[in-house]
Structure formats: C-alpha cells, structure tokens
Design a protein around this ligand. Structure first.
Ligand SMILES: Cc1cc2nc3c(=O)[nH]c(=O)nc-3n(C[C@H](O)[C@H](O)[C@H](O)COP(=O)(O)OP(=O)(O)OC[C@H]3O[C@@H](n4cnc5c(N)ncnc54)[C@H](O)[C@@H]3O)c2cc1C
Length: 369
C-alpha cells in the first residue's frame, strides 16, 4: 500500500524545518523526509551563525525582503522559545581611506532597501566600542546579531512536532512523479517505498536540483545550474579581541574574511571562498597563511600560532557571484506549471536569517492561509 500524506517537506535543514513548522501550525499534516540520520547536519550548522540585517541585497530581491522580515521574526521568536541569540551589532569596515565613500554608498543602499537602523560610526565610537579594530572608517549595523543555528532548528522542529508533524530520518528521496492531484516520491529503504502527497516542498539544499531533475513532470529547463563554494573557518581561543562582528567591505572579498565571535565566546574567522565540484567538508589547514594576512588587516596584533583549524561549509549557489548579487529562487506553479510542488534553489546566505520568512513565503505560495 502506498502511504499518503497532505504535505511533504524534503530536507531537515533550517529552511525545511521552518517550512514544516509553518505548514503544521496551520493544521496541515506534514512529514519531513531527511536523508541523514538527524536534522541540520549540512549547511544549517556549517555557517557563520549571523542574523543579517539585510544591508546589501538588491532592492526588491527575495533576499532583501526575506532577510529583513526573517530578522524581525527571529528577534521575536528566539526570546519566546529560549533560542540562544544576541543582537550584538556589526561593523562593516573600510581599511583604506579611499574606501570610505563606499561606506556611504552602502548606507544609502541599505536605507533604500528599507533598513533604517544603520549609521556611519565616528572614530571615537569605533575606538570606544572596538579598541582593537584597525580601520579607516566603519558603518555600524546595530540590528545584526548572532544565533545558535542548532537551537533554532530544535525549536522549529519542536513546534512542528507539537502540531503533529513527523520527521523521517535516513529517508532519502530518490525520484518522483507529478500526477494530476498529487506528487508521488520514491524513497530509499530496503525495499524502496513510495509516498504520495498533495503538496511537496523541495528544500533539500545542495540536493534540491538533483531531486527536481529526478521528478517526472519537472522540466529540466526550470532547474537552475548549481555552483558550490567551500568556505573555511579558523578559530582562536584564549582572548576576545572584538565584541561584535567585523566585516571588511564586501568589495574586499578576495582579500578579507569576516570576524564572527560565536555565542560561547569563541572567535571565528571566515569564510574564505574556494570553488569545488562536489560537497566536501574537508579542511585544508594550509589555507592559514591567507587567513593571517587577511585578519591582520583588521587585527594587526594577531600573533603567529593563534589561529587553529575550525570547520567548513559549502554554499549552494546559482552563480559564482557574491551572495549579495545572487537571489534565492523559489519556484511554484508560475514557473513550472504545478500547484503541488515548490522547489527552492540557491538558498545560500542569508538563508538562516530568512528561514521563518521563507516558511511564510512558501505557505503563501502554496495558497495556504
Ligand atoms: C559558509 C557559510 C556561511 C553562512 N553564513 C550565514 C549566516 O551567517 N547567516 C545566514 O543567514 N545564512 C548563512 N549561510 C546560509 C545558511 O546557512 C543557509 O542558507 C541555510 O542553512 C540553508 O538551509 P537549508 O535547510 O536550505 O539547507 P541544509 O541545511 O543543507 O539542509 C538541506 C537538507 O536536505 C537534506 N537532503 C538533501 N538531499 C536529500 C534527499 N535526496 N532526500 C532527503 N533529504 C535530502 C540534507 O541532508 C540536508 O539535511 C551561510 C552558508 C554557508 C555555506
């Protein structure tokens, strides 16, 4: 007998869980299918853990709308559900005097994009707030913050389960077919089994394109090509040179890395950008010399030996441009012709920040109130 369910969400990362929560909380029957043996083992726990303010995404883009909405939702939700987070603030810094006009342009862009709370910091403020920071000037974003992604996913899953949702782990979606009134998926197991649903949401991160391409009915022309970049993080123990996130200007991406303390006080530096062909989280400790050079631009007294290998994450991208130039792609009937399936592609940064807003967006796209 073929099992039937109202809604299936493929992928138990922060985005799939947020979508499952949003569907379950309006009374939908939801099963979350996850290939791994637990939730959140891929991109959702291999990131910087920043709540982005929504400063630098193209006006009107999904990233612009969903990051700002998602940030506001997170700051309401986290205290209610005891999710570790902190509105630490963030400095975006120009290292050279010649780059200070870029800070002003960025501020104007952020204001036009609907972000009011962002200021050019003066030298006195910078010295007082971050005495160790070397820079020529800085933009201060007070609503940027830090969050513990695993806590957030546990809260989303808890909400979804309290409304009857079920997480099926070790359940990989292999293929499927779209019929007039339902989608049928083939899932791993011995033997493989079939499951039908009225609504299928493909939120499988790196796996989204592969799944969509294996579902009969989805035109391959609607499936965007995926590019992968690996970002490595080095960490530092023992002292805390900065209290807030420090982001050298985005234009410096090739020569700079971000400084992101985590909520336990660990200093994290990264990610850098390395183009790769397959999802591979291996860590190349040789990259450390690039990190010393990049970090000393903002923290000149960084001593040899202070950086230790951290971890890596892999961005599922739709082009090799910076995350601020690419948009999320969320496809429903208008793009592929079916009411019964929604595909999410290229959910790189700021996907963690946007997760609750993506949950709302997908629910609305499915016509569910
Ligand atoms: C280096 C880095 C730094 C980042 N920093 C930030 C940040 O500071 N702030 C921010 O807002 N965002 C950040 N992001 C982006 C954010 O982490 C992602 O947008 C978000 O985690 C994506 O979540 P997801 O649920 O779509 O993907 P994932 O977490 O990858 O989850 C997808 C799930 O689908 C499952 N899956 C795949 N294929 C199948 C299949 N066939 N069947 C069943 N299950 C399947 C996987 O096992 C996985 O659990 C960063 C990303 C990276 C890589």
């Amino acid at each position: 007998m073929i099992e039937k369910v109202d809604c299936i969400v493929i992928g138990a990362g922060v985005v799939g869980l947020a979508i499952a929560r949003s569907l379950a909380m309006v009374g939908r029957e939801v099963i979350i299918l996850e290939a791994e043996n637990t939730y959140g083992t891929h991109t959702s726990t291999r990131n910087s853990g920043c709540i982005h303010a929504g400063i630098n995404y193209p006006q009107g883009s999904l990233k612009n709308q969903l990051a700002i909405r998602g940030k506001n939702l997170l700051y309401q939700y986290c205290p209610e559900r005891g999710v570790s987070h902190e509105m630490t603030g963030k400095f975006i810094v120009a290292i050279e005097d010649e780059d200070i006009p870029v800070l002003h342009e960025l501020k104007e862009k952020a204001n036009k994009n609907g972000l009011e709370q962002i200021y050019i910091a003066d030298a006195g403020q910078i010295k007082e707030m971050e005495p160790n920071l070397n820079c020529a000037g800085a933009l201060y974003s007070p609503t940027s913050g830090l969050i513990e992604p695993h806590d957030l996913m546990t809260a989303y899953l808890g909400d979804a389960e309290n409304c009857g949702a079920v997480l099926a782990v070790n359940t990989k979606v292999l293929s499927g077919e779209i019929f007039e009134k339902f989608v049928e998926l083939v899932v791993s197991g011995n033997p493989k089994s079939k499951i039908r649903c009225g609504l299928c949401v493909n939120a499988a991160g790196h796996g989204a394109q592969k799944i969509a391409a294996a579902i009969k009915g989805i035109s391959l022309e609607t499936v965007p090509k995926q590019f992968l970049t690996r970002g490595s993080y080095f960490v530092m123990y023992g002292r805390k040179p900065f209290n807030r996130m420090i982001y050298p200007l985005p234009k410096d991406h090739a020569i700079s890395v971000h400084v992101c303390p985590d909520l336990s006080g660990l200093n994290r530096f990264g990610p850098d950008v390395e183009i790769i062909d397959e999802v591979d989280y291996s860590f190349d400790a040789e990259r450390v010399s690039f990190f010393y050079d990049a970090i000393r631009r903002v923290l000149p007294d960084l001593r040899d030996g202070e950086l230790q290998p951290g971890y890596t994450g892999v961005r599922p991208k739709l082009s090799l441009k910076q995350a601020t130039s690419n948009d999320f792609v969320i496809q429903g009937k208008n793009q592929h012709g079916y009411d019964s399936i929604i595909n999410l592609y290229g959910i790189e940064s700021p996907g963690l920040t946007s997760s609750m807003a993506i949950g709302e967006y997908v629910k609305a796209l499915a016509g569910i109130i």
